[in-house]
Design a protein around this ligand. Structure first.
Ligand code: TRP
Ligand code: SF4
Length: 337
Protein backbone atom coordinates (compact mmCIF):
# COMPACT_ATOMS: atom_id res chain seq x y z
CA UNK A 1 0.00 0.00 0.00
CA UNK A 2 1.18 3.55 -0.75
CA UNK A 3 2.16 5.53 2.30
CA UNK A 4 -0.03 8.55 2.98
CA UNK A 5 1.59 11.96 2.62
CA UNK A 6 2.08 14.16 5.64
CA UNK A 7 3.10 17.80 5.47
CA UNK A 8 3.82 20.11 8.31
CA UNK A 9 5.72 23.34 8.71
CA UNK A 10 7.56 25.27 11.33
CA UNK A 11 8.62 28.91 11.33
CA UNK A 12 12.34 29.52 11.77
CA UNK A 13 12.15 32.27 14.37
CA UNK A 14 14.02 30.63 17.24
CA UNK A 15 15.35 27.40 18.69
CA UNK A 16 13.12 24.50 19.66
CA UNK A 17 11.94 24.48 23.27
CA UNK A 18 10.27 21.82 25.40
CA UNK A 19 6.88 23.11 24.27
CA UNK A 20 7.73 22.33 20.65
CA UNK A 21 9.33 19.05 21.53
CA UNK A 22 6.59 17.54 23.70
CA UNK A 23 3.75 19.40 21.98
CA UNK A 24 4.62 18.50 18.39
CA UNK A 25 8.04 17.12 17.53
CA UNK A 26 7.92 13.96 19.64
CA UNK A 27 4.80 13.04 17.69
CA UNK A 28 6.67 13.67 14.39
CA UNK A 29 9.29 11.17 15.53
CA UNK A 30 6.58 8.52 15.53
CA UNK A 31 4.90 9.69 12.34
CA UNK A 32 8.16 9.60 10.37
CA UNK A 33 8.09 5.81 10.53
CA UNK A 34 4.63 5.51 9.05
CA UNK A 35 4.22 8.21 6.43
CA UNK A 36 5.80 9.96 3.49
CA UNK A 37 6.75 13.01 5.51
CA UNK A 38 7.47 16.53 4.18
CA UNK A 39 8.79 18.88 6.84
CA UNK A 40 8.88 22.49 5.74
CA UNK A 41 11.09 25.12 7.29
CA UNK A 42 8.70 27.98 6.66
CA UNK A 43 11.11 30.85 6.09
CA UNK A 44 8.75 32.74 3.76
CA UNK A 45 6.06 32.59 6.41
CA UNK A 46 8.55 33.70 9.07
CA UNK A 47 9.33 36.70 6.86
CA UNK A 48 5.69 37.86 6.91
CA UNK A 49 6.39 38.87 10.52
CA UNK A 50 10.10 39.52 10.16
CA UNK A 51 10.47 41.03 6.68
CA UNK A 52 12.66 43.76 8.17
CA UNK A 53 14.91 41.26 9.91
CA UNK A 54 16.10 38.77 7.29
CA UNK A 55 19.27 37.84 9.16
CA UNK A 56 17.19 36.57 12.08
CA UNK A 57 15.26 34.25 9.77
CA UNK A 58 18.39 33.11 7.95
CA UNK A 59 20.19 32.27 11.18
CA UNK A 60 17.21 30.36 12.49
CA UNK A 61 16.83 28.21 9.39
CA UNK A 62 20.21 26.76 10.31
CA UNK A 63 19.46 26.58 14.03
CA UNK A 64 16.14 24.87 13.45
CA UNK A 65 17.62 22.34 11.05
CA UNK A 66 20.24 21.45 13.67
CA UNK A 67 17.56 21.19 16.34
CA UNK A 68 15.38 18.93 14.19
CA UNK A 69 18.23 16.60 13.33
CA UNK A 70 19.45 16.50 16.91
CA UNK A 71 16.09 15.34 18.29
CA UNK A 72 16.07 12.43 15.86
CA UNK A 73 14.19 13.59 12.78
CA UNK A 74 15.64 11.11 10.33
CA UNK A 75 16.58 12.63 6.97
CA UNK A 76 16.27 9.19 5.40
CA UNK A 77 12.59 9.19 6.28
CA UNK A 78 11.65 12.89 6.24
CA UNK A 79 12.10 15.37 3.41
CA UNK A 80 13.30 18.45 5.27
CA UNK A 81 13.19 21.46 2.95
CA UNK A 82 13.25 25.24 2.92
CA UNK A 83 10.04 26.90 1.79
CA UNK A 84 11.65 29.74 -0.15
CA UNK A 85 13.50 27.25 -2.36
CA UNK A 86 10.24 25.87 -3.76
CA UNK A 87 9.09 28.63 -6.09
CA UNK A 88 5.97 26.59 -6.94
CA UNK A 89 4.60 27.47 -3.49
CA UNK A 90 4.79 31.16 -4.30
CA UNK A 91 3.23 30.53 -7.68
CA UNK A 92 0.33 28.58 -6.20
CA UNK A 93 -0.20 31.31 -3.62
CA UNK A 94 -0.86 33.80 -6.43
CA UNK A 95 -3.42 31.55 -8.09
CA UNK A 96 -5.15 30.67 -4.83
CA UNK A 97 -5.39 34.33 -3.83
CA UNK A 98 -8.28 34.77 -6.28
CA UNK A 99 -10.25 32.09 -4.48
CA UNK A 100 -10.34 33.81 -1.08
CA UNK A 101 -12.17 36.97 -0.10
CA UNK A 102 -10.60 39.59 2.13
CA UNK A 103 -13.58 39.27 4.47
CA UNK A 104 -12.92 35.56 4.85
CA UNK A 105 -9.26 36.15 5.67
CA UNK A 106 -10.10 38.76 8.30
CA UNK A 107 -12.59 36.32 9.80
CA UNK A 108 -10.00 33.55 10.14
CA UNK A 109 -9.69 33.14 13.94
CA UNK A 110 -5.93 32.58 13.83
CA UNK A 111 -5.36 35.70 11.73
CA UNK A 112 -7.81 37.65 13.88
CA UNK A 113 -6.00 36.74 17.10
CA UNK A 114 -2.62 37.57 15.61
CA UNK A 115 -3.82 40.95 14.31
CA UNK A 116 -5.25 41.73 17.76
CA UNK A 117 -1.90 40.84 19.31
CA UNK A 118 -0.08 43.12 16.86
CA UNK A 119 -2.45 45.98 17.62
CA UNK A 120 -1.92 45.49 21.35
CA UNK A 121 1.84 45.65 20.75
CA UNK A 122 2.06 48.47 18.23
CA UNK A 123 -1.22 50.28 18.78
CA UNK A 124 -3.06 51.78 15.80
CA UNK A 125 -5.89 50.77 13.60
CA UNK A 126 -4.40 48.01 11.55
CA UNK A 127 -2.44 50.29 9.21
CA UNK A 128 0.66 48.25 9.93
CA UNK A 129 -0.95 44.92 8.97
CA UNK A 130 0.52 43.93 5.63
CA UNK A 131 -1.07 42.23 2.65
CA UNK A 132 1.41 39.39 3.06
CA UNK A 133 0.47 38.87 6.67
CA UNK A 134 -3.30 38.81 6.13
CA UNK A 135 -2.73 36.46 3.23
CA UNK A 136 -0.48 33.95 4.93
CA UNK A 137 -3.24 31.35 5.24
CA UNK A 138 -3.34 31.33 1.43
CA UNK A 139 0.37 30.71 1.31
CA UNK A 140 -0.02 27.97 3.90
CA UNK A 141 -2.69 26.34 1.73
CA UNK A 142 -0.10 26.35 -1.04
CA UNK A 143 2.45 24.75 1.34
CA UNK A 144 0.10 21.88 2.01
CA UNK A 145 -1.34 21.29 -1.44
CA UNK A 146 1.93 21.65 -3.36
CA UNK A 147 2.92 18.28 -1.90
CA UNK A 148 -0.59 16.85 -1.92
CA UNK A 149 -0.45 16.66 1.85
CA UNK A 150 -3.23 14.38 3.08
CA UNK A 151 -2.61 14.75 6.79
CA UNK A 152 -1.29 17.87 8.50
CA UNK A 153 0.01 17.44 12.06
CA UNK A 154 -0.74 20.68 13.89
CA UNK A 155 -1.76 22.18 17.19
CA UNK A 156 -5.28 23.39 17.82
CA UNK A 157 -4.41 27.01 17.05
CA UNK A 158 -3.76 25.99 13.43
CA UNK A 159 -7.14 24.34 12.78
CA UNK A 160 -8.65 27.47 11.18
CA UNK A 161 -5.76 27.48 8.70
CA UNK A 162 -6.41 23.89 7.69
CA UNK A 163 -10.10 24.69 7.31
CA UNK A 164 -9.22 27.65 5.09
CA UNK A 165 -7.00 25.39 3.01
CA UNK A 166 -9.86 22.92 2.59
CA UNK A 167 -12.13 25.73 1.39
CA UNK A 168 -9.57 26.84 -1.16
CA UNK A 169 -9.20 23.29 -2.43
CA UNK A 170 -12.96 22.86 -2.78
CA UNK A 171 -13.29 26.18 -4.59
CA UNK A 172 -10.40 25.33 -6.88
CA UNK A 173 -11.83 21.91 -7.72
CA UNK A 174 -15.33 23.26 -8.30
CA UNK A 175 -14.11 25.88 -10.77
CA UNK A 176 -11.20 24.16 -12.52
CA UNK A 177 -12.11 20.49 -12.09
CA UNK A 178 -10.97 17.90 -9.58
CA UNK A 179 -7.23 18.57 -9.19
CA UNK A 180 -6.34 19.04 -5.53
CA UNK A 181 -6.80 16.97 -2.41
CA UNK A 182 -8.49 18.24 0.75
CA UNK A 183 -6.12 17.75 3.69
CA UNK A 184 -7.14 16.56 7.14
CA UNK A 185 -5.63 17.96 10.34
CA UNK A 186 -3.89 15.51 12.63
CA UNK A 187 -4.09 16.95 16.13
CA UNK A 188 -1.13 16.44 18.41
CA UNK A 189 -1.95 14.26 21.44
CA UNK A 190 -0.39 16.85 23.79
CA UNK A 191 -0.82 20.18 22.05
CA UNK A 192 0.03 22.53 24.93
CA UNK A 193 2.97 22.40 27.27
CA UNK A 194 3.00 24.66 30.33
CA UNK A 195 5.69 27.24 30.96
CA UNK A 196 8.13 27.59 33.86
CA UNK A 197 5.92 30.31 35.34
CA UNK A 198 2.85 28.07 35.39
CA UNK A 199 1.35 29.71 32.29
CA UNK A 200 -0.80 27.29 30.26
CA UNK A 201 1.52 27.76 27.30
CA UNK A 202 5.27 27.65 26.96
CA UNK A 203 6.38 30.20 24.41
CA UNK A 204 9.37 32.19 23.31
CA UNK A 205 7.57 35.52 23.61
CA UNK A 206 6.29 34.57 27.07
CA UNK A 207 9.86 34.17 28.35
CA UNK A 208 8.96 30.94 30.14
CA UNK A 209 10.60 28.36 27.90
CA UNK A 210 13.31 25.76 28.37
CA UNK A 211 15.27 25.30 25.14
CA UNK A 212 16.83 22.09 23.94
CA UNK A 213 20.06 24.06 23.44
CA UNK A 214 20.09 25.48 26.97
CA UNK A 215 23.37 24.65 28.68
CA UNK A 216 23.64 23.26 32.20
CA UNK A 217 24.00 26.66 33.80
CA UNK A 218 20.88 28.06 32.11
CA UNK A 219 18.96 24.88 32.81
CA UNK A 220 19.88 25.14 36.49
CA UNK A 221 18.81 28.77 36.70
CA UNK A 222 15.51 28.12 34.95
CA UNK A 223 14.49 25.06 36.96
CA UNK A 224 15.44 26.76 40.22
CA UNK A 225 13.05 29.58 39.30
CA UNK A 226 10.17 27.28 38.29
CA UNK A 227 6.85 27.86 40.05
CA UNK A 228 6.05 25.36 42.83
CA UNK A 229 3.13 25.03 45.25
CA UNK A 230 3.08 28.51 46.85
CA UNK A 231 1.73 27.07 50.12
CA UNK A 232 4.94 25.15 50.68
CA UNK A 233 7.41 27.33 52.53
CA UNK A 234 9.46 24.93 54.62
CA UNK A 235 11.10 21.72 53.55
CA UNK A 236 8.72 19.54 55.56
CA UNK A 237 5.50 21.33 54.57
CA UNK A 238 3.05 19.08 52.78
CA UNK A 239 2.32 20.24 49.23
CA UNK A 240 0.21 19.55 46.17
CA UNK A 241 2.37 18.37 43.25
CA UNK A 242 -0.49 18.88 40.80
CA UNK A 243 -0.02 22.65 40.95
CA UNK A 244 3.78 22.50 40.79
CA UNK A 245 5.67 23.03 37.53
CA UNK A 246 8.61 20.99 38.81
CA UNK A 247 6.35 17.99 39.25
CA UNK A 248 4.78 18.69 35.85
CA UNK A 249 8.21 18.45 34.17
CA UNK A 250 9.15 15.34 36.16
CA UNK A 251 6.05 13.81 34.61
CA UNK A 252 6.75 15.21 31.14
CA UNK A 253 10.20 13.69 30.86
CA UNK A 254 8.89 10.49 32.44
CA UNK A 255 11.03 10.35 35.55
CA UNK A 256 10.84 6.72 36.61
CA UNK A 257 10.67 7.88 40.28
CA UNK A 258 7.52 9.86 39.65
CA UNK A 259 5.46 7.99 42.23
CA UNK A 260 8.07 8.64 44.92
CA UNK A 261 8.25 12.33 43.97
CA UNK A 262 4.47 12.58 44.29
CA UNK A 263 4.21 10.66 47.57
CA UNK A 264 7.11 12.43 49.25
CA UNK A 265 5.82 15.83 48.17
CA UNK A 266 2.35 15.13 49.55
CA UNK A 267 3.77 13.73 52.80
CA UNK A 268 6.11 16.69 53.38
CA UNK A 269 9.15 14.45 53.03
CA UNK A 270 10.77 16.23 50.12
CA UNK A 271 12.30 19.68 49.91
CA UNK A 272 11.73 21.73 46.76
CA UNK A 273 15.44 22.41 46.26
CA UNK A 274 16.28 18.70 46.27
CA UNK A 275 13.30 18.01 44.04
CA UNK A 276 14.49 20.63 41.55
CA UNK A 277 18.03 19.26 41.61
CA UNK A 278 16.69 15.81 40.80
CA UNK A 279 14.73 17.29 37.90
CA UNK A 280 17.82 19.06 36.56
CA UNK A 281 19.72 15.79 36.60
CA UNK A 282 16.88 13.95 34.83
CA UNK A 283 16.69 16.69 32.24
CA UNK A 284 20.40 16.44 31.61
CA UNK A 285 19.97 12.72 31.03
CA UNK A 286 17.09 13.42 28.67
CA UNK A 287 19.13 16.03 26.80
CA UNK A 288 22.36 14.04 26.60
CA UNK A 289 21.67 12.18 23.32
CA UNK A 290 20.16 15.33 21.78
CA UNK A 291 23.23 17.36 22.71
CA UNK A 292 25.48 14.67 21.34
CA UNK A 293 23.71 14.60 17.99
CA UNK A 294 23.75 18.39 17.81
CA UNK A 295 27.48 18.50 18.35
CA UNK A 296 27.90 15.94 15.58
CA UNK A 297 25.91 18.00 13.07
CA UNK A 298 27.48 21.29 14.18
CA UNK A 299 30.85 19.82 13.30
CA UNK A 300 29.60 18.35 10.00
CA UNK A 301 27.97 21.35 8.32
CA UNK A 302 28.43 19.85 4.85
CA UNK A 303 26.23 16.95 5.88
CA UNK A 304 23.51 19.33 7.04
CA UNK A 305 23.71 21.23 3.74
CA UNK A 306 23.44 17.97 1.86
CA UNK A 307 20.36 16.89 3.86
CA UNK A 308 18.60 20.17 3.05
CA UNK A 309 19.58 19.95 -0.62
CA UNK A 310 18.25 16.41 -0.93
CA UNK A 311 15.03 17.25 0.93
CA UNK A 312 14.51 20.31 -1.24
CA UNK A 313 15.15 18.33 -4.43
CA UNK A 314 12.47 15.76 -3.62
CA UNK A 315 10.05 18.46 -2.48
CA UNK A 316 10.67 20.39 -5.69
CA UNK A 317 9.87 17.36 -7.85
CA UNK A 318 6.64 16.75 -6.05
CA UNK A 319 5.62 20.43 -6.22
CA UNK A 320 6.39 20.51 -9.95
CA UNK A 321 3.98 17.63 -10.56
CA UNK A 322 1.23 19.48 -8.72
CA UNK A 323 2.02 22.68 -10.59
CA UNK A 324 1.76 20.84 -13.88
CA UNK A 325 -1.75 19.61 -13.06
CA UNK A 326 -2.81 23.00 -11.71
CA UNK A 327 -1.68 24.77 -14.88
CA UNK A 328 -3.57 22.35 -17.10
CA UNK A 329 -6.69 22.78 -14.97
CA UNK A 330 -6.40 26.57 -15.13
CA UNK A 331 -5.61 26.53 -18.86
CA UNK A 332 -2.28 28.26 -18.43
CA UNK A 333 -0.25 25.23 -19.48
CA UNK A 334 1.62 26.94 -22.33
CA UNK A 335 4.92 25.14 -21.97
CA UNK A 336 3.45 21.62 -21.90
CA UNK A 337 1.75 22.05 -25.32
N1 TRP B 1 1.77 28.26 10.64
C1 TRP B 1 2.49 27.19 11.25
C2 TRP B 1 2.91 27.62 12.65
O1 TRP B 1 3.06 28.81 12.90
C3 TRP B 1 3.72 26.77 10.48
C4 TRP B 1 3.41 26.26 9.10
C5 TRP B 1 3.84 26.80 7.93
C6 TRP B 1 2.63 25.12 8.77
N2 TRP B 1 3.38 26.09 6.86
C7 TRP B 1 2.65 25.04 7.34
C8 TRP B 1 1.94 24.16 9.52
C9 TRP B 1 1.94 24.04 6.67
C10 TRP B 1 1.24 23.15 8.84
C11 TRP B 1 1.24 23.11 7.42
O2 TRP B 1 3.10 26.78 13.50
FE1 SF4 C 1 7.03 20.71 43.61
FE2 SF4 C 1 8.82 18.94 44.33
FE3 SF4 C 1 8.34 21.08 45.87
FE4 SF4 C 1 6.55 19.15 45.66
S1 SF4 C 1 8.59 18.98 46.52
S2 SF4 C 1 6.15 21.35 45.55
S3 SF4 C 1 6.81 18.48 43.55
S4 SF4 C 1 9.21 21.07 43.80
Amino acid sequence: MMKKTILTGIRPTGNLHFGHYFGACSNWLKLQNEYDFYLEIADVQALTDNFNNPSKVRKNVKELTLDLLSIGIDPNKVHIFIQSQISEIAELTVYYSNLVTMARLYRNPTVKTEIAQKKALFGNDGESVTYGFVGYPVSQAADITAFRGELVPVGEDQLPLIEQCREIVRKFNSIYGLTLKEPEPLLSPTPRIKGLDGNEKMGKSLGNAIYLVDNDETLHKKIMSAVTDPQKIKKDDKANPEICMVYYYHKLIQNENLKTVCQECKAGKRGCVACKKELIQKMQEFLAPIREKRTYYETHPEEVDHILQEGTKIAKEKAKETMHDVKIAMQIDYESK
